[in-house]
Every structure is written in structure tokens, then in C-alpha cells.
Design a protein around this ligand. Structure first.
Ligand code: ZN
Length: 128
């Protein structure tokens, strides 16, 4: 069982927003994602290490692909977003509401260091 932090609900503004028990995380690189830039989580069955491993493999998948381009621009922003949040107070949340899961589903430092290490392994420049 993974315990996640709550964040602000966009409707009631209480700190009652939490990740659903299971769902999807999308990785966006400068607002774009590959079809494979996605992984699933299950807070009841997954171990933190398993989520971290999935995260790293999806980041690696993108940089491996992008690193092969001849003319590539530095990446300015990497995001991990999920549409699978719910408000414990029962607010209805719109489908296009996709907050970040960084520091909710995994550690921010782990995320940032994974992004930096993998970008440099595949020759992708970062600009942030
Ligand atoms: Zn709410």
C-alpha cells in the first residue's frame, strides 16, 4: 500500500484531492508525449520501487527515441500528470484536469535526478 499526499481540489479548495487507487500517469516532454509515455499504478498492489522502475523505463524510452534525432532542441520541461484524481469531499472533477503526480506518487528528487541522468545518457540537452 502506497500512501500519497493530498493536494488542493480545484473546486472546493480543500486539501482533499487524492489519487485514485489505480490509474494512469502520462509523461509529457515540452507538452508532448509518445504513445508509450504512459504507465499504470495501483496504490494497493504496487511497491514504491515498482512505480519508480516503471517511471524510469518510460523516461528512458522517450530519451532513447529523442536522442536519436539529428536536430533536437533542448527539452525545457518534463511533467508527470494524471487524470486519475478524486476529491474526498465528492466534487466532480473534469476529465481534462490533470495535475502533476511529482512528489505525490514518487519523490521529486528521484524524478529530477532520473530525468537528468537519462537525458545525459542519451545525449539530450535539458534547459531547466
Ligand atoms: Zn473538492
Amino acid at each position: 500500500m502506497i500512501l500519497t499526499k493530498h493536494s488542493y481540489c480545484p473546486k472546493c479548495f480543500n486539501t482533499s484531492l487524492e489519487l485514485k487507487t489505480s490509474g494512469k500517469v502520462y509523461l509529457y516532454f515540452d507538452g508532448k508525449k509518445k504513445e508509450s509515455s504512459i504507465f499504470i499504478y495501483n496504490l494497493e498492489n504496487d511497491l514504491q520501487d515498482e512505480i519508480n522502475t516503471r517511471l524510469v523505463s518510460r523516461i528512458e524510452d522517450f530519451f532513447k527515441w529523442y536522442g536519436g534525432f539529428d536536430h533536437k532542441l533542448p527539452i525545457k520541461k518534463v511533467e508527470a500528470l494524471s487524470p486519475d484524481f478524486k476529491c474526498l469531499d465528492g466534487c466532480s472533477i473534469e476529465n481534462n484536469f490533470q495535475p502533476s503526480v511529482v512528489s505525490i506518487l514518487f519523490d521529486q528528487k528521484f524524478f529530477e535526478s532520473s530525468v537528468r541522468d537519462l537525458a545525459s545518457s542519451y545525449g539530450v540537452e535539458l534547459d531547466f
